[in-house]
Design a protein around this ligand. Structure first.
Ligand SMILES: CC(C)(COP(=O)(O)OP(=O)(O)OC[C@H]1O[C@@H](n2cnc3c(N)ncnc32)[C@H](O)[C@@H]1OP(=O)(O)O)[C@@H](O)C(=O)NCCC(=O)NCCS
Length: 194
């Protein structure tokens, strides 16, 4: 497995996978294209024999899948002016899951954020209708949670933005775990420290 930073050559593939497996819709595609062009969008990837096995993208600032004004104000208050990076997408091909790949990508992303002066990682972690939070475990590698809030029905306005959920379709019942995690390079897993 090879690990490296995402480049503009990965843009189409990452957008296609994000639309297929995370949130689908022109609104998300347009946001991602703008972010790729902004110079303030970052990502790390794992490839095997040229195939994209997984990726994690993130951006400077506070930016949810679509605007949540009250929550944004709450997070701004909690962050107290410190630099925040928001996670955009994390996806690992099912055949490589549960082997620590998500964790490894998280550790790489964390180090890039710290190098760019990041203090907090803002997570919008998807909560499936069955309560599963797939990104929860790898995200502990970022550091200490200083704020967390479960927001049920986080994606209830998907329809308004023309978005669909790969599990629920237009009428999304999924929630999100919103978290501010203080980035800490010393927080790596035992495996990572070896
Ligand atoms: C979220 C996602 C990226 C995690 O990727 P991953 O590579 O499986 O992540 P990790 O392997 O680091 O961790 C996942 C689990 O495997 C476990 N694990 C890691 N290494 C392991 C190993 N060597 N042996 C056994 N289990 C292991 C972790 O403890 C974790 O367990 P838990 O979730 O039951 O607590 C992946 O599930 C995914 O792509 N999901 C679909 C997209 C999605 O939901 N994205 C989240 C959007 S917010």
């Amino acid at each position: 497995m090879e690990f490296s930073s995402v480049t503009e050559e990965d843009e189409d593939r990452i957008i296609a996978l994000t639309l297929e497996h995370l949130t689908d819709g022109a609104y998300v595609e347009n946001c991602m294209r703008k972010q790729f062009a902004s110079g303030k969008y970052y990502g790390v990837k794992a490839t095997e024999d040229g195939e994209l096995a997984g990726y994690l993208t993130f951006k400077e600032g506070i930016d949810f899948t679509y605007p949540h004004d009250e929550l944004r104000s709450e997070v701004i208050k909690e962050a107290k002016g410190r630099k925040v990076f928001t996670g955009d997408a994390i996806y690992v091909n099912p055949k490589y899951r549960k082997c620590g790949l998500g964790g490894k990508l998280t550790a790489m992303a964390r180090d890039i954020m710290i190098d760019h002066g990041g203090y907090y990682f803002l997570g919008e972690m998807w909560i499936y209708p069955d309560g599963t939070i797939p990104a929860h475990s790898p995200s502990k590698i970022y550091g200490e949670y200083e704020y967390e809030k479960i927001v049920p029905m986080f994606y209830k306005d998907n329809k308004k933005y023309g978005l669909t959920c790969p599990i629920c379709g237009e009428d999304c019942k999924c929630g999100a775990l919103i978290s501010l995690i203080r980035l800490d390079a010393g927080k790596g897993t035992e495996d990572e420290k070896k």
